[in-house]
Design a protein around this ligand. Structure first.
Ligand SMILES: *Cc1c(COP(=O)(O)O)cnc(C)c1O
Length: 419
């Protein structure tokens, strides 16, 4: 892939220097309301390194053409770059072959694809789909639609006061009726890291297939779909420092092979007559129409960037930041953390006394601190804790202890103004 050699050369797999990483992200140099931008909204979307921006613009400047079937040079180069990106995604999550990676618009489309192909073709009335209280709306609504279409029943495994899945309750809800378990790897609202391998193993014992929503995990920790041994894994490029509008669905090859297509159109067919159409092979069967070519190539470049730093290093650094941020927030009496799982990613949801989260967010923005407020597309998870909204600071590899200090001093200012 086209990664800037200098970016990669500056990094070694053993050193992690956030101040060098910040320099790779041009947007972090801008100011907001005259203040240094402190970007703590990474669970909503991440910023892009220069190497990804360069890859995307270089592709449009030098290589742009439609892919597959093309005879001319640009088409061949574009096709090769697109398929190389597929290989990048494959290796990044340790899928066993590139055909197991389907490019989609994002995690949302990945989950809808599974619901509307695998789900719709196999589920019957009375079958059960098991999710958890902490799911993102993208891992709730597609299953509700599928239930309406098939007469299947949606069941919800509970979480405890720390925001952890109640594992024995989950296990007890599994039965012969359970056909699909769809669960998040990391909760975007609470930060909880689920014991996804154990969850998958228990589901498989009952003959259910498992889809893991990995939208929040893939940017922050090493992923190994073979080790997890899930059937499907959904990721989204824009939260992984790649372009918006591109994501990937991993599916076990034998599952994908037997699934009906998702959408019909070009690319997904081998032959079309008005009597009979033959579908293309996996993964092309699921990629109807001209795909987001440059999005995929940019996604591949983002993965190169992450690989150069090392996911283990990123995970370790973010755990250090999480510990620092948790301690700093706990020092402020009015701050109440929502989501205190033992095993937690660097996502901090909280309330500040009785101040409305939107008001907190507004004052923080005046200080240059970007956080998200609301239900974070996980309304049931937030309501489980008796709130309709929280403030959420979600960290990434380019955040620093200075960013956390800026957050806490902006919160103290909010309390002075509105508390
Ligand atoms: C963001 C997110 C999604 C949806 O991703 P899109 O890129 O919007 O499709 C799904 N699940 C979780 C946990 C997320 O954080």
């Amino acid at each position: 892939m086209n990664v800037q050699a200098d970016t990669i050369a500056q990094m070694t797999s053993t050193s992690f220097d956030p101040n060098r990483i910040i320099k790779d992200f041009p947007i972090l140099r801008r100011k907001v309301h005259g203040k240094r931008l402190v970007y703590l909204d990474n669970a909503a979307t991440s910023q892009k390194p220069q190497s990804v921006i360069n890859t995307v613009s270089r592709h449009y400047q030098q290589t742009n053409a439609n892919i597959h079937r093309g005879i001319h040079t640009l088409s061949v180069e574009s096709t090769n770059a697109y398929e190389a990106a597929r290989g990048n995604v494959q290796r990044f999550i340790n899928a066993s072959r590139p055909e197991e990676i389907i490019f989609v618009r994002g995690a949302t489309e990945a989950i809808n694809l599974v619901a509307q192909t695998y789900g719709r073709s196999t589920l019957k009335k009375g079958d059960e789909i098991l999710i958890s209280t902490m799911e993102h709306h993208s891992n709730i609504v597609p299953w509700q639609i599928l239930c309406e279409q098939t007469g299947a029943i949606l069941r919800v495994a509970p979480i405890n006061d720390a925001g952890e899945l109640m594992f024995s309750e989950y296990e007890q809800m599994l039965s012969q009726r359970t056909k699909i378990v769809a669960i998040t790897h990391i909760s975007n609202a609470l930060g909880t890291i689920n014991p996804i391998r154990k969850i998958t193993e228990a589901a498989h014992k009952h003959g259910a297939i498992v889809l893991v929503d990995g939208a929040q995990a893939a940017p922050h920790m090493p992923i190994d779909v073979q080790d997890i041994s899930c059937d499907f894994y959904a990721i989204t490029g824009h939260k992984m420092f790649g372009p918006v509008g591109i994501g990937a669905l991993y599916g076990r090859h034998e599952m994908l092979n037997q699934m009906p297509p998702y959408q019909g159109g070009g690319e997904m067919i081998l032959s079309v007559t008005f009597e009979k159409t033959t579908y293309n092979h996996v993964p092309h069967k699921f990629e109807a129409g001209t795909p987001n070519i440059v999005g995929a190539i940019g996604f591949g470049s983002a993965i190169d960037y992450l690989n150069a730093i090392g996911m283990e290093n990123i995970a370790a650094y973010e755990q250090e930041l999480l510990a620092y941020a948790t301690a700093a927030l706990q020092e402020i009496d009015q701050v109440q953390l929502i989501g205190t799982a033992q095993d937690k990613a660097a996502i901090l949801s909280f309330t500040v006394g009785d101040i409305h989260p939107h008001d907190v967010g507004t004052v923080l923005d005046q200080e240059g601190v970007a956080v998200r407020t609301g239900n974070h597309c996980a309304q049931p998870a937030v309501e489980r804790f008796g709130h309709s909204a929280t403030v959420r600071a979600s960290l990434a590899l380019y955040n620093t202890k200075e960013d956390i200090d800026a957050l806490t001093s902006a919160i103290r200012k909010t309390i002075e103004l509105l508390g």
